[in-house]
Write a protein that binds this ligand. Structure first.
Ligand SMILES: NC(=O)c1ccc[n+]([C@@H]2O[C@H](COP(=O)([O-])OP(=O)(O)OC[C@H]3O[C@@H](n4cnc5c(N)ncnc54)[C@H](O)[C@@H]3O)[C@@H](O)[C@H]2O)c1
Ligand SMILES: O=C(O)[C@H](O)[C@@H](O)[C@H](O)[C@H](O)COP(=O)(O)O
Length: 299
């Protein structure tokens, strides 16, 4: 098939490599032209702007967007909305909020443009070699783009999830689970580190990757990380987050669903961003007030 890819960063670039390896024709564009030039060497057709990308595709066009969620997705879809015709298809593969995606689909529907929210998982290696996709949008039109997902996914790694928004909803919950699983693995290693034993963490992660109940890709990645740096001495325990965990917890509150593991793993990320906390000072001060317990003086 022939399609366009807008956004050639860590994910978009590798998805294009994957698409090319399956014989698809891809017109590519990014605000950083070097990315398109690199892909031209692999057989992609670079376009210097979104307008040019649209011109290089024949109606009905298929355009995949893989840019940062939020304002950038908004501006790119707005631009496309003015350039595309009824019957054209937009696939948005980033980590957008599912409500934004449902609204975008409604807005584009007024112009006859089909919008699919395609939550994408598997990281950069998945994008290149086989990923997992959670897709929301019109089911009949999905048949047109299904061959792309069949090629890009690993084994049975794609699902038509339902109406618009359902793909990104599923990806949001997936990422909530991801937060909880990672935090749990991390806490296990924290206990190993604090114990009196002298474990080799790479060996432990390898062990747990083989036949154990807690084996899986995250454990394999744990093994890789300890193989590179046995004590992770080169990095600080600052855990950033890009929104999906927060939205999962907000959704849990809205639905009155008890999700303590995911909620606490999100709060642990926030805690990791601070050297010291005001709440810690308050508790220390209160202990001192009622019991005369010692406080640690700030230097
Ligand atoms: N990195 C991952 O493991 C991963 C996995 C799944 C989903 N995602 C999601 O996919 C999306 C893209 O992630 P990424 O890791 O590839 O990000 P990235 O920052 O590596 O790449 C984004 C690309 O978009 C380009 N871009 C920015 N504004 C643009 C514009 N107006 N027009 C054209 N191109 C523009 C940038 O130049 C960059 O090359 C995000 O929503 C992210 O959350 C990331
Ligand atoms: O399934 C995946 O491939 C990952 O979840 C992917 O989407 C990405 O690595 C997250 O955006 C990280 O999310 P945080 O920045 O919130 O940890």
């Amino acid at each position: 098939m022939k399609l366009g890819m807008i956004g050639l960063g860590k994910m978009g670039f590798n998805l294009v490599v994957n698409l090319l390896s399956h014989g698809h024709e891809v017109v590519v564009s990014d605000i950083n032209p070097q990315r398109g030039e690199q892909l031209a060497g692999l057989g992609a057709q670079p376009a210097s702007s979104i307008e040019e990308l649209v011109m290089k595709l024949k109606h009905p066009r298929i355009i995949w967007i893989m840019v940062p969620a939020g304002a950038v997705v908004e501006s790119v879809t707005d631009k496309l909305s003015g350039l595309l015709e009824a019957g054209d298809i937009i696939i948005e593969g980033g980590n957008s909020h599912y409500k934004d995606s449902a609204e975008r689909a409604e807005k584009l529907k007024e112009r006859g443009i089909h919008f699919f929210d395609a939550g994408t998982s598997g990281g950069t290696s998945g994008a290149e070699h086989g990923a997992c996709f959670m897709i929301g949008g019109n089911q009949e039109v999905f048949a047109t783009i299904e061959p792309l997902f069949r090629d890009l996914a690993v084994d049975q790694g794609y699902l038509y999830a339902g109406e618009s928004g359902s793909g990104h909803f599923l990806k949001m919950i997936h990422n909530g689970i991801e937060y909880g699983m990672m935090q749990s693995i991390a806490e296990g290693f924290e206990l190993l580190e604090k114990s009196s034993f002298d474990f080799n963490y790479e060996n432990v992660a390898r062990l747990w990757s083989n036949g154990s109940v807690i084996r899986g890709w995250l454990m394999e990645l744990t093994q890789n990380a300890f193989a590179k740096d046995p004590q992770l001495a080169g990095i600080r325990g600052v855990m950033q987050s890009s929104g999906e965990g927060k939205w999962t917890v907000q959704t849990a509150l809205d639905l009155q669903a008890s999700t303590p593991v995911i909620a606490l793993s999100l709060l642990m990320r926030y805690r990791s961003l601070e050297e010291d906390t005001f709440h810690g000072k308050v508790v220390a001060a209160l202990r001192n007030e009622f019991g005369g317990h010692a406080v640690v003086q700030d230097s």
